[in-house]
Design a binder for this molecule. Structure first.
Ligand code: NAP
Length: 317
């Protein structure tokens, strides 16, 4: 399908030269499969561009002002905190919801939840010839809280429930999800945290979620609870978490995201006996599964249909 001006849509790939070789083939194939007549380019006169495929990079935020005919900026990442506040962006902004990225997050969260639940770290450390027969409980005895019930949180909550964990969820607006005990609001957060033995944080970085896990909210957790944070580093007050680890309120923290990335070598999280640092690898956008999402949004934009995964600029995610 082509634009009403009957020239192919001009799609600017502005996600970094290093990514282009990985995305060019999948994007061209997906545009073709979606029946979209498009010129996919890495350079163009801004006033000619119809869609921008975008990932933040570099030190200077881009100026979107000159992209006067651009119908949408299509982000490659699920998190949009590095673009949503760009005052020059007047075009609709779509974030990425990619089946491959979601599957990766489900695998990461379930793997670490099972690892913490089964005490696998202790088993790995205890290869000392002593036969310490202590069977772990079943998942049904280990309540898990998932903070954030969006594309990723919902998929993880469902997968955890499928493994047998009693799953509580928390989101900004009240949700109803079969098999998940859903809550919202500050009281809902307290209700969820005060019962959770494992907490998974899959919230976006916004002003409202900054330091959500602080001294007060960490204090609501049962003694020895574990935290898995593949959301954003800003969700956690680091000093409060280190204090909660020291007091034993938090027994283990598995952290994938940090305020400063890469995590500085001298950060106390590195080498902490009860912290696992993973280098922002929980889930990645996969060109093979994400390119069709981009192509579908371009098709929709050209056809005048509602775009998928529009960012709510007011809410910031
Ligand atoms: P999403 O679909 O936008 O979902 C966000 C969820 O957070 C929604 O349930 C939303 O509530 C909830 N929320 C937002 N603000 C809130 C608040 N103030 N109080 C309570 N709940 C709030 O996002 P997603 O695709 O699931 O992704 C979640 C985050 O994961 C991303 O923003 C990104 O930071 C992170 N991420 C990390 C990696 C990694 O590799 N580590 C990879 C991808 C994404 P409503 O349902 O009411 O809107």
């Amino acid at each position: 399908m082509s634009d009403s001006t009957s020239r192919p849509a001009l799609v600017l790939f502005a996600a970094g030269a290093a990514r282009w070789p990985h995305w060019e083939g999948p994007l061209r194939a997906a545009l073709k499969a979606a029946g979209v007549a498009a010129d996919l380019v890495t350079e163009a006169a801004p006033e000619e561009v119809d869609f921008i495929v975008y990932a933040p990079g570099g030190d200077t935020p881009p100026d979107f002002t000159a992209f006067t005919r651009c119908r949408a900026v299509l982000g490659l990442w699920a998190g949009v905190e590095r673009i949503v506040t760009n005052a020059t962006l007047s075009q609709p902004l779509c974030r990425m919801v990619d089946p491959g990225l979601t599957q990766g997050m489900v695998e990461y969260v379930c793997a670490h939840a099972l690892r913490l639940h089964l005490g696998i770290d202790a088993q790995l450390r205890a290869q000392d010839g002593r036969w310490n027969h202590a069977a772990p409980p079943l998942a049904g005895e280990r309540p898990v809280a998932v903070l954030g019930l969006g594309a990723l949180g919902t998929a993880c909550a469902r997968a955890l429930a499928g493994l047998g964990f009693p799953v509580m969820g928390w989101s900004r607006r009240q949700k109803t999800l079969p098999g998940i005990d859903c809550h919202q609001g500050r009281q809902g957060l307290q209700a969820v945290l005060s019962r959770a033995q494992i907490v998974v944080t899959l919230l976006p970085a916004t002003a409202q979620t900054e330091n959500l896990l602080d001294t007060e909210t960490l204090g609501w957790l049962p003694h020895g609870a574990a935290i898995i944070n593949p959301g954003r580093g800003t969700l956690i007050d680091d000093a409060a978490l280190l204090a909660a680890l020291a007091s034993g309120r938090v027994g283990q923290a598995t952290l994938d995201v940090f305020r400063v990335e890469p995590l500085p070598p001298d950060h106390p999280y590195w080498g902490h006996p009860r912290v696992t640092v993973t280098p922002h690898i929980a889930a990645e956008t996969r060109p093979a599964t994400a390119a069709p999402v981009i192509a579908e949004n371009i098709r929709r934009g050209l056809a005048g249909e509602p775009l998928l995964h529009l960012v709510d600029r007011q809410a910031g995610y």
